[in-house]
Every structure is written in structure tokens, then in C-alpha cells.
Ligand binder design. Structure first.
Ligand code: NAD
Length: 498
């Protein structure tokens, strides 16, 4: 088995490091591949390649850069099935889910196709007598992206299509747990006509990340992953003078008002809490029913639906809930469930004792439902990142909003209600970056921007959409005056050589 290497100058490159990581199929627990873990020297070589490609690419007219994006979009569409299989085999999510993530990634490429329009500057005529002022956005330079395991295709696609379309060159460090889909997408970008060195992939772990953060040629870093790592990357990157955006962990609450349509609520919670085994930064992990009666109806309606979830590997077309990513993650989730019981929460549905014939070593956890969770419990405070939903009963609406505002994370939230006034008050007051009204996972479309508040995002800019264009460009403002010369007072006539 030869390890997956890196991608540089539009072709695979093995690198020089002899450190190797294992890739596992989470449904079986078996090792299915290996990945090279780049050394600092490998990273520096890839960054140098990106730096060499920068002047030519930055000077390429935006409309020409956009033609590569149009071609890339078509290739992603044509290869969606193949990419989804590669992705599911290493991540474990169901095939429809994998296709969905690729479709959402393609939307960012479509946004990047409009880059000539997005880069248009501003112009003010006559800011003073005969003085004009205008501004343009220019690429920042070599940009790095560091991405998590849970959306191995989509999260990188949030970054590099916009960065590249803006005229930057890019070095992506994907998750070492599921790197294959990115390697295939890199080939498609080359096939789309992207010049050598504009998009590069370096596989690796902390050593590669640190090398990117310390390399002075890297001007900006986009990170998506957990909060402790994101905070570290933000601190080290900005200390080294880089522009950094770090999108991090989450604990997303859904408030259920007494007037909500309970069928709609339960459908929404099943998809948003248990879809992708709860391994989404926008997963709903806390349900907050308002009033005891609402809470009783909710738990009663949820319980049979959770028990009925079809738990199976992605190869089973009926699968609704696949395995979690790793043994480490499996153990962490089990430990948190044990903590929840010990700290007094009521485990209404216990999904821990799942064994699937032929997949005994896989990392499957069935859907779990906790009731009577309180805000001091670890299952409430921590991001579990597994198929575990906590019900925190709230006596009234204001307490529910306060609870959300007091939580350290601020990625997404939702309210389910038929009352426009409650919905309006909710989105106006809640200290969260993305808010849904009767929409459980309010992920913004590509032409809006994605990002949380509080400890769910470090940095000033959200990702993709116009915020992405701002992050990946520097603003330059010109003030110009042209003294009169050739037009007035100049002598054009031949005067006979006095
Ligand atoms: P992670 O933080 O473990 O890893 C993310 C990246 O950081 C990977 O590329 C990894 O190789 C690298 N990394 C890991 N440890 C490092 C270290 N010590 N030093 C330097 N780099 C390191 O995250 P994960 O487990 O891959 O992904 C799950 C997390 O990502 C969850 O917390 C989830 O909420 C978050 N996430 C957030 C968003 C968002 O938009 N806010 C989106 C998706 C995932």
C-alpha cells in the first residue's frame, strides 16, 4: 500500500517525510490506506511553489480566472458520484449526505464564477478640486487552508474557489483522517485548466500546520475545526503577522415554542441531531422546549423515531445513521454519555449497545436522547460531536434565550414557532452567527457568508460569500490628481524654432 502523498504543480508529489498516518474505514475499523505526514521541509517546498505561481496568477484577468471556475464546476458535477464514494469510504457518512455536501461545495464554485463582478471597486469623482479617489481589491498572496474531517469536500470548497478566483495561490492541509476526496478534486482543478502551482495540497498533522503558521510567505490562513485548535491557530498565525479566520466548535440549540408544529419539529430534529451521526458543526445538539407540556409532547414524539433510525454503513442504501469517524471519537462520546447519566440526566434512548453483524469493530453509536439535562452538566457544556441530543426544559421563552446567549459557543440556533413576533424577537436578540426560523440547520447559501460568534469563530471575517472575498483580498485606495498640461496651455504649433 503506497501512502497518499501531496499535490504540487498539478501533480502528485510523495514528499520527503517518512512519517505516515493511517486511514481507516469507520464502518469496519480496518486500515484502508495510508497518508504521508509532511515535514516542515515538505511544507516549505509546497509554499515556495505556490509563491512562484503567484505573480502570474494574480496578474491574470479575473474573467480568465473565472473561466477555470466554470470548467471546474462542470467537472465536479460530472464526478459527483465518484467523489461521494471516495468521501463516504473514509468518512462513513451516507452517500446521499456525501452528495449533498459536494452539491453545497459546488455552489461556492458557482459564486466564484462571478468574480469579475465581485471584485469591482468603488470610484468617487471629485473628492476635491480635480482630485478623484478609487479603490480596488487585490489578492493577499499565498493563502493556506486547514480543514476538519467532517466535511472533507465541502469545507475546503468554502475556501479555495473564492481565494483562487481572487487571484491568490493556495496550499490546503486537509484532515489526515479522510484526505482522498481532496486529492481527486485537485486533479479535477488541474483538468479545469488551473496553471501549475496555483492550488496545492499538503497532507499532514500538527507538524505541517505549524510549518504553515510559521512560514513567512503564507499571508493568510483559513481554518475550520475544533475550538482549542482554532484558538491555537488564530493565536500563532496572528502573532506571526498573518490574517487568520478560524471557524470552530459549536453547541446549537433549537427552541421549541408551545405553538410549534410538533411533526415538523420532530422531523427537523431527527435530521439535524442524528444526520451525519451528529458530526456537523451545525448539528442541533440541544432541544429547548418551552413549557413542561411542550417538553413532554416532544420527548414522547422523538423517542420512537430515534429508536427506528436505520443504523448501517454507507454501502447500505437504507442507511440513515453511519459510524462516527474514529475509535477516539467513539470513546469520547461514550465517556460523555456516562458523565450525563452520572450527573443526573435521564437517558431516554440509549444507543450505546449497537452491534451490526459483520461490522463489530466499526464505530457505530445509535441515536441517544437525554431528557432533564441542566446547564451545569458536561453533556450540555461540551461539544459531543456524536448522535446525542439533550433536552433542556425551559420554563419560559426569556430563560431559553438567556441560556443560548450564555453558552460559550455561538455557531447556529433555531426557533420553531408559528408566532412572527416571537421569531423576530429571537433572531434580533440571540448572540449567535446563524439563525433559523422553522429551519433547523440554517447554513447560509454560498452568496451569503457562513460563520459563528463567540468561541465558534476567531477573526473578523465569516467564510465564503462577500466575507470570503474581503478576507482573501486587500483593499487599496488611490487618490489621483492630474495637473493640467497637454490639454491647456501647451503649445502645439510649430513656432519656427525660436
Ligand atoms: P480538529 O480541530 O481536530 O482538526 C482540524 C484540523 O486541525 C485538521 O486538519 C487537523 O489535522 C489539524 N490539527 C489537529 N490537531 C492539531 C494540533 N494540535 N495542532 C495543529 N493542527 C492540528 O477538528 P476535527 O475533529 O477534524 O473536526 C471537528 C471539529 O470541527 C468540530 O469541533 C466541529 O464543530 C468543527 N467544525 C466547525 C465548523 C465551522 O464552520 N464552525 C465546520 C466544520 C467542523
Amino acid at each position: 500500500m503506497s501512502p497518499i502523498g501531496h499535490f504540487m504543480s498539478n501533480k502528485p508529489w510523495p514528499g520527503t517525510s517518512d512519517r505516515i498516518g493511517e486511514i481507516r474505514n469507520p464502518a469496519t475499523g480496518t486500515v484502508t490506506g495510508q497518508v504521508s505526514l509532511a515535514s516542515k521541509a515538505d511544507v516549505d517546498a509546497v509554499v515556495e511553489t505556490a509563491a512562484k505561481a503567484l505573480p502570474g496568477w494574480a496578474a491574470t484577468p479575473p474573467a480568465k480566472r473565472a473561466t477555470v471556475m466554470f470548467e471546474f464546476r462542470d467537472l465536479l458535477k460530472q464526478h459527483t458520484d465518484e467523489l461521494a464514494k471516495l468521501l463516504s469510504a473514509e468518512h462513513g457518512k451516507t452517500l446521499p449526505d456525501a452528495k449533498g455536501e459536494i452539491a453545497r461545495g459546488i455552489e461556492v464554485v458557482e459564486f466564484a464564477c462571478g468574480i469579475p463582478q465581485l471584485l469591482k471597486g468603488e470610484y468617487s469623482e471629485a473628492v476635491a478640486q480635480n482630485v478623484d479617489s478609487f479603490s480596488v481589491r487585490q489578492p493577499v498572496g499565498v493563502v493556506a487552508g486547514i480543514t476538519p474531517f467532517n466535511f472533507p469536500a465541502m469545507v475546503p470548497l468554502w475556501m479555495y474557489p473564492v481565494a483562487i478566483a481572487c487571484g491568490n495561490t493556495f496550499v490546503l492541509k486537509p484532515s489526515e483522517k479522510d484526505p482522498s476526496v481532496v486529492m481527486r478534486i485537485a486533479e479535477l482543478l488541474a483538468e479545469a485548466g488551473l496553471p501549475e502551482g496555483v492550488f496545492n495540497v499538503v497532507n499532514g498533522d500538527k507538524e505541517a500546520v505549524d510549518a504553515l503558521l510559521d512560514n513567512p510567505t503564507v499571508e493568510a490562513v483559513s481554518f475550520v475545526g475544533s475550538t482549542p485548535i482554532g484558538h491555537y491557530i488564530y493565536s500563532r498565525g496572528t502573532a506571526n503577522g498573518k490574517r487568520v479566520q478560524a471557524l470552530c466548535g459549536a453547541k446549537n440549540h433549537m427552541v421549541i415554542m408551545p405553538d410549534a408544529d410538533m411533526d415538523q419539529v420532530v422531523d427537523a430534529l431527527i435530521g439535524s441531531a442524528y444526520g451525519s451521526a451528529g458530526e456537523r458543526c451545525m448539528a442541533v445538539s440541544v432541544a429547548v422546549p418551552v413549557g413542561e407540556e411542550t417538553a413532554d409532547r416532544l420527548v414522547e414524539a422523538l423517542e420512537p423515531r430515534i429508536r427506528a433510525l436505520k443504523i448501517a454503513p454507507y454501502t447500505d442504501p437504507e442507511s440513515e445513521l453511519g459510524p462516527v469517524i474514529s475509535k477516539q471519537s467513539y470513546d469520547k462520546i461514550h465517556n460523555l454519555i456516562a458523565d450525563g447519566i452520572e450527573q443526573g440526566a435521564n437517558l431516554v434512548v440509549d444507543g450505546r449497545d449497537i452491534t451490526l453483524q459483520g461490522y463489530e469493530e466499526g464505530y457505530f453509536i445509535g441515536g441517544c436522547l437525554f431528557d432533564n439535562v441542566t446547564t451545569d452538566m458536561s453533556i450540555y457544556k461540551e461539544e459531543i460531536f456524536g448522535p446525542v441530543l439533550s433536552v433542556v426544559r425551559s420554563g419560559d421563552y426569556d430563560t431559553a434565550v438567556q441560556m443560548i446567549n450564555d453558552h460559550e459557543y455561538g455557531n447556529g440556533t433555531a426557533i420553531f414557532t408559528r408566532d412572527g413576533d416571537a421569531a423576530r424577537d429571537f433572531w434580533a436578540r440571540v448572540r449567535i452567527g446563524m439563525v433559523g426560523v422553522n429551519v433547523p440547520i440554517p447554513v447560509p447559501v454560498a452568496y451569503h457568508s457562513f460563520g459563528g460568534w463567540k468561541r465558534s469563530l476567531f477573526g473578523d471575517h465569516h467564510i465564503h460569500g462577500m466575507e470570503g472575498v474581503r478576507f482573501y483580498t486587500r483593499l487599496k485606495t488611490m487618490t489621483t490628481r492630474w495637473p493640467s498640461g497637454i490639454r491647456t496651455g501647451a503649445e502645439f504649433n510649430f513656432t519656427g524654432g525660436k
